[in-house]
Design a binder for this molecule. Structure first.
Ligand code: RM4
Ligand code: MN
Length: 389
């Protein structure tokens, strides 16, 4: 068994992965939503489920909310409940993609009424952030066009800049705006924030507390995602990740399931760019749904996948790699790079967990806890929904 150096474990113990509240609700595809036993009936029950993931992994201390999916009357009370459960409330995700008013766009719309409604929604999200203690406001827009000529592409960018500036100006001094891009869907001909370059141009114009969110599922097949990670880190503009994995498009499957090697390559660049350093400000989040598998175990698996890829990235012998690179020794460099990837870190991580009072095998321990059976019995009729539902 490979031992992991103390420095690797020290860094690993600082890794915090934020869970999406929506991973615990019913979800599906556009064909069918599959209800699951024990579906949360309330936002509070979603937090309770998320807290289980943290209790068994020790690496998922916060939960992102989606507004209005997670609307409650009293956010201070929700915050207190989260803390009682051993977690805290994290990123607030706005949602301007399900309201009739936004059929033709929200922050970019040519309709001033739709734009105003969308800006107001974000101002309300900022109010919520004050109560929840959240740092980040994450914006993903469904805005775009299906047909050439449908929109004035240039005016949409101007509208977006104006809308974002108003939202940014309303942020508190410790709060950040994180803009997420996606190259297609639900609009197909053009998406108003299709790529990291567009997101970067907007956040650069806004100021220091505006950053880019990189959702790993939001790229064309074949895109070198780790190179985007490097570029954004180099520019000081990588605010957060939405981790998930994909075979085709925005599949939202368990991170590291489709391509663990890609996740390793991404984490290598995160480490290289200082993304794990204290105060780096790079938030590691999951943005997934679990349509057919059990949700809490799905989230546990995801957290473990990120930890394993991170451990491998930290294991990479940088000095040796640099020497091989400098000597233009292509094969040696690649071998060093692959060595870390092929190292089985799982036994060492299990031992490390045990040392810290966590179960060696979180998945097994959770399975044996009886929690799933209990919620299946208690929560009959729960309808809290993730996407698609
Ligand atoms: C979007 C994007 C957002 C997520 C929504 C539900 O595609 O990934 O981050 O909040 O879906
Ligand atoms: Mn996302």
């Amino acid at each position: 068994m490979a031992d992991l150096p103390a420095a690797v474990l020290d860094t690993l113990s600082t890794v915090a992965i934020e869970l999406p509240s929506w991973a615990f609700g019913n979800s599906g595809t556009r064909f069918r939503v599959w209800p699951s036993a024990g579906t949360p009936r309330t936002v509070q029950e979603k937090l309770a489920d998320a807290a289980q993931v943290h209790a068994y992994t020790g690496a998922a201390p916060s939960v992102a909310l989606h507004i209005p999916w997670d609307t409650v009357d009293d956010y201070a009370a929700l915050r207190a409940l989260a803390e009682d459960l051993g977690v805290r409330l994290g990123t607030i995700n706005s949602n301007t993609f399900q309201d009739e008013a936004y059929k033709f766009g929200s922050l970019t719309s040519s309709d001033p009424g739709a734009r105003r409604a969308a800006v107001e929604h974000h101002l309300e999200c900022i109010e919520i952030m004050h109560a929840t203690g959240s740092r980040d406001l994450k914006i993903w827009l469904a805005d775009g066009a299906n047909y050439p000529g449908q929109n004035d592409l240039r005016r949409r960018q101007d509208n977006l800049a104006t809308s974002l500036a108003e939202i940014y100006a309303a942020l508190g001094p410790e709060q950040r705006l994180v803009l997420e891009y996606k190259f297609f869907e639900p609009a197909f001909y053009s998406t108003d924030v299709p790529d990291w370059g567009t997101a970067y141009a907007h956040v650069l114009a806004l100021g220091d507390r505006a950053m880019v969110c990189l959702d790993t599922g939001h790229h064309a097949p074949g895109t070198n995602i780790e190179q985007i990670v490097t570029t954004l880190l180099r520019l000081g503009k990588l605010g957060s990740f939405d981790f998930n994995s994909r075979f085709y498009a925005d599949d939202d499957l368990i991170v590291g399931a489709a391509d663990p090697y890609q996740l390793y390559r991404i984490m290598v660049e995160v480490v290289r760019g200082g993304g794990l350093d204290a105060g780096s400000g790079v938030a590691l989040m999951l943005d997934q749904c679990h349509n057919i598998e059990a949700k809490i175990p799905g989230q546990i698996r995801s957290v473990l996948n990120v930890l394993e890829a991170t451990a491998k990235a930290l294991l990479l012998d940088r000095a040796a790699l640099e020497a091989a690179q400098d000597a233009n020794d292509v094969l040696a460099a690649n071998e060093i790079f692959m060595d870390a990837f092929w190292t089985d870190v799982r036994p060492a991580l299990a031992a490390w967990r045990e040392e810290r009072g966590l179960p060696a095998d979180p998945q097994k321990a959770f399975g044996e806890s009886g929690y799933l059976e209990k919620i299946a019995a208690d929560r009959v009729g729960g309808t809290q929904a993730g996407w698609g539902a």
